[in-house]
Write a protein that binds this ligand. Structure first.
Ligand SMILES: [Zn+2]
Length: 91
């Protein structure tokens, strides 16, 4: 697959992406909370990713812990998805 222009983030938008020389994962948080009250955080390629109307972009991070920290600014209660963020999954 060749590089496409679908990702419109620039180096200024995501500091660190070029310094590290690796593309970081994009993380999303679900709008609808799960039964226990947490909003689940997913990587952009997760098979359990909520549909477009039920997710918010959190940002680009190289680990789920940083993504959860940022997601907490959107929702007080967040949790990593068991499927794509097992190390951050508590519920
Ligand atoms: Zn997931």
């Amino acid at each position: 697959m060749t590089r496409t222009a679908t990702l419109v983030l620039s180096a200024q938008d995501v500091p660190g992406i070029l310094e590290r020389g690796v593309a970081m994962e994009l993380y999303y948080v679900s709008v609808n909370a799960q039964k226990t009250g947490e909003h689940e955080v997913h990587t952009w390629l997760c098979a359990s990713m909520p549909n477009v109307s039920n997710r918010l972009l959190v940002g680009s991070f190289d680990n789920c812990k940083d993504a959860l920290k940022a997601a907490k600014k959107i929702y007080a209660q967040v949790d990593g998805c068991a499927r794509c963020c097992p190390e951050c999954n508590k519920r």
